[in-house]
Design a protein around this ligand. Structure first.
Ligand SMILES: NC(=O)c1ccc[n+]([C@@H]2O[C@H](COP(=O)([O-])OP(=O)(O)OC[C@H]3O[C@@H](n4cnc5c(N)ncnc54)[C@H](OP(=O)(O)O)[C@@H]3O)[C@@H](O)[C@H]2O)c1
Length: 199
């Protein structure tokens, strides 16, 4: 399969890319470091990617920014970061990409544990995650041409504890290799509309 991993240079994306490269043609796409450069907050940039990379079988998104901070201090502007990137960016990859990817292809988006198991400072990210998960479940029953869609919702990664560990006290961290498995299941399996919780 020809697989594009948006965010394929990040912590999760790199683990997924390393794994899928064993059996597939993988193109990493990201804002600054990928094989292909795009900005998911720009609809034009997404459309250009689909024009520049033809014949895609699977699109994986392992990206999506959000502001971490106390709800009492969260401004509408800070909340827009998650809306523009994690929510709209990922959703637009599907809305635009459904007209480009191959018949029988798939989309796999990324959410996260905090949509089910809230943490202090995580409201904005949780909001976007919940929106993405509901979008995935609903889109699955309408996508044409046997295109499938799933989302992977990981707990905090062992590899990210240095960065996020202080937000996830008492959570069970998961290794990137285990998280990568869920993306493999989504791409190589037959399921659709699933939220793969890797806790
Ligand atoms: N790490 C965790 O513990 C964890 C757990 C659960 C959920 N998640 C979620 O999983 C996603 C990925 O997390 P991560 O830790 O792997 O992130 P990361 O290491 O910071 O990597 C982010 C990736 O996204 C790319 N990117 C950033 N902004 C972009 C944009 N506007 N357009 C296109 N690409 C962009 C980066 O590209 P460049 O490097 O080229 O800029 C990089 O490849 C996030 O939504 C995060 O909330 C993470």
């Amino acid at each position: 399969m020809k697989i594009v991993i948006i965010g394929g240079t990040g912590t999760i994306g790199k683990a997924v890319a390393d794994r899928l490269k064993l059996d597939h043609e993988v193109i990493t796409a990201s804002k600054t470091n990928g094989d292909y450069k795009l900005d998911i907050t720009s609809k034009a940039s997404i459309e250009q990617m689909y024009k520049d990379i033809p014949d895609i079988d699977a699109v994986i998104s392992t990206t999506g920014a959000s502001h971490f901070g106390k709800l009492s201090e969260l401004t509408p502007e800070q909340n827009e970061i998650a809306i523009e990137s994690k929510l709209k960016g990922q959703v637009n990859l599907v809305l635009i990409g459904q007209h480009y990817i191959n018949e029988g292809g798939s989309f796999t988006l990324t959410t996260g544990i905090m949509m089910d198991d809230p943490i202090v400072n995580g409201t904005s990210a949780a909001m976007a995650n919940g929106g993405v998960a509901s979008f995935v479940q609903s889109a699955a029953i309408e996508l044409k041409r046997n295109i499938r869609i799933n989302t992977v919702s990981p707990s905090v990664l062992e590899e990210s504890l240095g960065k996020y560990g202080k937000f996830f006290k008492g959570f069970n961290p998961v290794p990137a290799s285990k998280v990568a498995n869920a993306y493999v299941k989504s791409v190589e399996g037959a399921q659709t509309g699933q939220v793969y919780r890797v806790y």
